[in-house]
Write a protein that binds this ligand. Sequence first.
Ligand code: MRU
Length: 349
Amino acid sequence: MEKFSKLSAISPLNEKSKSVLLIDQNKLPRKLTYMKCRNWEQVAVAIEHLSVRGAPAIGVAAAMGLALAALQAGDKHFDSTMQIAAARLRKTRPTAINLFWAIDRIMSIVEMDLSITEKRKKIIEEANYMRNEDIRVNKSIGENGKILFEDGDVVLTHCNTGGLATVKYGTALGVIRAAWNEGKHVEVIADETRPKLQGSRLTAFELQYDGIPVTVICDNMAGHFMAQGKIDKIIVGADRIVRTGHVFNKIGTYSVAVLAKYHGNIPFYVAAPTSTFDLEQSYDEVIIEDRDPREVYFMPGVTKRIVPKGVPVLNPAFDMTPPELITAIITERGIIYPPYEENIKKIMP
Ligand code: MRU
């Protein structure tokens, strides 16, 4: 059974040592080690450097960062310290809305009419609650989504949406885990996911850990295998889903969705918690994170350049998949089918 779920990408807050443990995802797959964050700045840097990544994990990590700030802030400057920590964490990554959702949720406690001692206690409780809630929500996504998969399915996925991208279970990989645990023998094809290789480094790592069959392909091989009829279904996660059903996810997701449509409408599913929905912004207002060009100049773990000096590169971290390419969106509240604008409203009161 799921051995990976014995691990946790984010530990509960340790009040005694005033710290939080994160699996250092940059060390995977070579080494499974934890980094200890002792303050919000360390959490912010861990998010920026992708030591912790994946929309739900970023959200819970930010909540933990604020809980560390609450533990450390003196009574006199409590509210202002919390504001500074929140502002710093908000600047780490712009696209995954779970980050802002989590920060807003913790900061609403700072606004409450409570004593500093009560606020501190409530913030720590809330951060730990959000961590547990993430696991519960992921399991519900898995339960809701598993009916879409059959025994023998070969399922393509992009990026990492598993226990590493959440607290421990996963969204899209959570659905695969749930199908597998029910006895459906699914096989996973993991896109390597350039430039940071979340597919080959992380998805392959955690599925192998759990004994779920996984094969890695380079991103540019997906069309080839679809043309050969070797992919039955596709499932990905999301960093932000707007009210019209446009999905923002790891760069390359859009290309996979277009390929799926072309190759006879291969079912293309998105799995995400409702905390990933953004009902305020429209798709053309969402900021797509531009990351350091060095991620493209160098392959992770390789010190030699793979692009000649002086040649510019582009490095958007996410892209947008329009609703007409999406078969269904799986959430903890149920499966949403088109028309998305209407049906998202029903599920997100
Ligand atoms: O840049 P990353 O690794 O944080 O991007 C992660 C993704 O795009 C995931 O697909 C998304 O966050 C969903 S994770 C459950």
